[in-house]
Design a protein around this ligand. Structure first.
Ligand code: ZN
Length: 363
């Protein structure tokens, strides 16, 4: 298959969980279900199971363990996502300016949350604006203007004085800041590992929680009632034991991380069963490699989410949540072709036969 041109894909087009078509065309970079006139010699054919491009709803482009990275490294990160079929990325905080990626037809689309906003000395070095509560609303407004409709807070982190995870912000500061973001037309999400940061964030009006390992019987109904989404990043929380082992200077924190790790599948399953919207995100770009969305979807299945729903968490559902089209008539042709039905075996996601981005066949 070549780079660009008209495409005709036959097989099973999974345009939605309940919307399965027999064929699809790509004309001028867009999806159509109507056979274009003059379809002939210059039309390339393919066959298989078609899905919208995967969504990594929590990753970081332009960031590694040390902080911001150069453009060549950011490009490599974006290409690694593309190779894995992740064509829409929700960047959950980056200190780098990656706007140049928007002009690149060959790179995934990015929805940015600006730069992380954290409490002074309460996050990974070189990542965040580190500020005090009185400045939170002002920084939220700033990042709401820089981002693409999201703002990212660090909701809890180790408090070295307490030797354990602890909330980063007082309730009044959260109320002020989340209202400010909403005024600017941005949604707010927060990094939270622990239990005790969640109620204030949700009651202050937050839209999403990242990781959310600290959900409990008390907070799950609250999330469900308010429709607050979670992005569990199970491929990331799988690394908690490793973190706990190096953090033995803080035994309470280490034990806490181990407990959160042990209950992670149960927590995600309970959240899903209660009706909390769950989306697939990897947290690539901090300490994890890019291109892990298929592995995250498999983790959601391991946690007990039915395969079609886990798939939706990285495709139809995630795209709707982020306000981006899937495989509707006229949508930009960002799609994947698989040899088999990924709903029957989620491991199929690891090996797309073709990756089509903006109508161009990139794999
Ligand atoms: Zn992250």
């Amino acid at each position: 298959m070549s780079d660009r041109g008209n495409l005709h894909i036959k097989g099973r087009v999974l345009a939605g969980p309940e919307d399965i078509r027999d064929e699809l065309w790509v004309v001028d970079g867009r999806v159509t279900y109507e056979r274009p006139p003059g379809t002939g010699r210059d039309t390339l054919g393919a066959e298989g199971w078609v899905l919208p491009g995967l969504v990594d709803a929590h990753c970081h482009v332009g960031l590694d363990q040390q902080g911001p990275v150069d453009e060549a490294t950011s490009e490599k990160q974006a290409l690694t996502e593309r190779e894995a079929g992740a064509l829409l990325l929700r960047d959950a905080g980056s200190p780098s300016d990656t706007r140049w990626i928007d002009d690149r037809e060959d790179l995934p689309r990015i929805i940015r949350a600006g730069r992380h906003i954290a409490r002074t000395k309460r996050y990974i070095r070189n990542y965040a604006h580190e500020i005090e509560p009185g400045d939170l609303a002002a920084y939220v407004r700033l990042e709401a203007k820089r981002g693409d409709g999201w703002v990212k807070l660090v909701g809890d982190w180790i408090d070295r004085g307490e030797g354990d995870l602890a909330p980063c912000w007082p309730r009044w500061a959260l109320e002020e800041a989340i209202a400010a973001a909403h005024e600017e037309g941005a949604r707010v999400t927060a990094h939270c590992f622990a239990e005790n940061s969640l109620r204030d964030l949700v009651e202050a009006g937050i839209d999403c929680i990242e990781h959310a390992t600290g959900l409990t019987e008390e907070t799950i109904p609250l999330f469900a009632e308010r429709g607050v989404a979670i992005v569990p990043t199970l491929v990331n929380t799988a690394t908690f034991p490793r973190l706990a082992r190096v953090g033995t200077k803080y035994p309470r924190w280490s034990e806490h991380m181990m407990r959160l790790h042990e209950s992670r599948y149960e927590t995600v399953r309970a959240a899903f069963d209660a009706g909390i919207p769950v989306y697939a995100g990897t947290d690539a770009g901090g300490s994890l490699a890019h291109g892990l969305v298929p592995a995250e979807v498999a983790e959601l299945v391991t946690a007990g989410i039915p395969p079609a729903e886990a798939l939706s968490a990285a495709t139809w559902g995630a795209r709707r949540w982020l306000g981006r089209p899937g495989l509707e008539e006229g949508a930009p042709a960002d799609l994947l072709v698989f040899a088999e039905d990924p709903r029957a075996d989620i491991r199929v996601l690891n090996d797309p036969r073709h990756v089509v981005l903006r109508g161009g066949v990139v794999r």
